[in-house]
Design a protein around this ligand. Structure first.
Ligand SMILES: O=C(O)CCC(=O)C(=O)O
Ligand SMILES: [Fe+2]
Length: 228
């Protein structure tokens, strides 16, 4: 996810380019979704994607299972990701339809999806600017490569309204998304040629007032090794 200080080579990939094109076409045809007008990256959102009762259900699970969030790389330093997270068990009868719904929305085989993550940010907590794609020069890359390869699309659902703060900010692309209960945000972490798209750098800005709850799902180009 990080790559500070290292020049990143860009790796084009026909397979990842094809996923970008097919998912974008599917989202463009979906009446629930709208595309952000932006040349540098493919970003979509769906207002009122998830009904309030399902948002509450996920919030309850996050409150029950939360633990400090982790990072793949230790280069961000303290304070980089201060939220709490939990795995949302894809086999749980409550999670399954929501989880599979995201794969279906994007048209990606559910076996390519990592375990959906619940995330909770209290006031002051944040996730500083990062890419969701893997940096192929990092030590973690061989393991990630073996376990399903590069991340392609990210799908996130905001589970509640946040009184102040907590926006998802794409500083390079110039997009700021305020949390809104039930809204879905999805973007392609790759460029059209399948190489990692630096324009997708984003952060979860500090919550100022209230608590922010989201779920995040990352999809791999191949079958994710944890998917069973
Ligand atoms: O909290 C947010 O708005 C962003 C979360 C995020 O970037 C992630 O889960 O990868
Ligand atoms: Fe992210």
């Amino acid at each position: 996810m990080f790559g500070f200080g290292k020049k990143q080579p860009t790796y084009a990939s026909p397979a990842r380019g094809e996923i970008g094109a097919s998912v974008a076409a599917r989202l463009q045809a979906d009446p629930r979704m709208q595309q952000v007008e932006l040349a540098q990256a493919q970003i979509f959102y769906g207002v009122d994607y998830l009904p309030p009762d399902q948002c509450d259900l996920l919030i309850g699970m996050i409150d029950q299972y939360r633990r400090p969030s982790t990072l793949l790389s230790n280069k961000g330093g303290p304070g980089f990701r201060t939220s709490e997270s939990c795995d949302m068990d894809r086999h749980s009868p409550m999670v399954k339809p929501i989880d599979n719904g995201l794969a279906d929305l994007l048209g990606i085989d559910p076996a390519h999806g990592e375990t959906m993550q619940g995330q909770r940010y209290a006031p002051g907590q944040q996730f500083k600017a990062h890419h969701d794609y893997f940096h192929e020069a990092e030590d973690y890359w061989p393991a990630m490569k073996a376990g399903g390869g590069q991340r392609t699309w990210t799908a996130m659902i905001y589970l509640n309204d946040v009184p102040e703060g907590g926006a998802t900010w794409f500083p390079s692309a110039g997009i700021k998304v305020a949390p809104r209960r039930g809204m879905l945000l999805a973007w392609n972490n790759m460029k059209l040629d399948g190489s990692p798209n630096e324009w997708t750098i984003h952060e979860g800005m500090p919550v100022v007032e209230g608590v922010k709850y989201i779920v995040t799902k990352w999809f791999r180009v191949g079958r994710w090794s944890g998917a069973s």
